[in-house]
Design a protein around this ligand. Structure first.
Ligand code: 3PG
Length: 207
């Protein structure tokens, strides 16, 4: 079993977080934790993302902090240097895979097809991000591939909502789901961290 499996056991929902203002990073991590969520995927999509990772790593060590949207080998190293405890990629190339292995961190590589999932399994990676989950076939797709590939476990992400999460979590091959709905843009803009805690509480209760 690859090290990624334990990441799927931390919380039923892995929040996918985009931080535009670095000052929001620590309050968001604390708000998620207060709602019972123990893991965060902080995406490398904004200029402040690495600094946000540094701050959360040093100020909120209780939350298991991952770097998401790792799409280049350089980002894998930068995220590890900034203090990320795991890496998440939307898809996978040889070079990103090599760089992710070189960090020594557990990681969830993205796969959207059976062949991609099989190639990753050949490398010993059996905990995967199924991305983009809804456009790729959602629950029906995952059910169909659980027959031939029962050893794989997924964190489906992309288009999942508070309403649809339970149907994914009911599958034997789904450890947790990923989603951005716990940290809505309007809540971040309004610095409404209590709302993030409330959304986290609902998500944690899906366990
Ligand atoms: C991701 O960014 O990994 C996913 O696109 C998040 O998807 P969502 O915004 O549909 O939850």
């Amino acid at each position: 079993m690859s090290k990624g499996h334990e990441l799927l056991r931390l919380s039923p929902v892995m929040p996918v977080v985009v931080i535009d203002e670095v000052a929001d990073a620590v309050p968001v991590a604390r708000a998620l934790l207060a709602g019972g969520i123990r893991v965060i995927e902080l995406t490398l999509r904004t200029p402040v993302a690495l600094e946000a990772i540094e701050r959360v790593a040093s100020e909120v060590p209780e939350i298991v902090l991952g770097a998401g949207t790792v799409t280049t080998p350089e980002q894998a190293k930068q995220a590890a240097d900034a203090g990320a405890k795991f890496l998440v990629t939307p898809g996978c190339t040889e070079r990103v895979l090599e760089a992710a292995f070189a960090t020594g961190l557990p990681f969830l590589p993205g796969a959207g097809t059976v062949s991609e999932a099989m190639r990753l399994a050949e490398q010993g990676l059996t905990a995967l991000k199924f991305f983009p989950a809804e456009p790729s076939g959602g629950v029906a797709y995952l059910k169909a591939i659980a027959g031939p590939l029962p050893q794989l476990e997924f964190c489906p992400t992309g288009g999942i909502t508070a309403q649809s999460a339970a149907s994914y979590l009911a599958l034997s091959t789904v450890g947790c789901v990923g989603g951005s709905w716990l940290t809505p843009k309007d809540a971040l803009a309004a610095k409404d961290f209590d709302r993030i805690t409330a959304l986290a509480q609902e998500a944690a209760a899906l366990a």
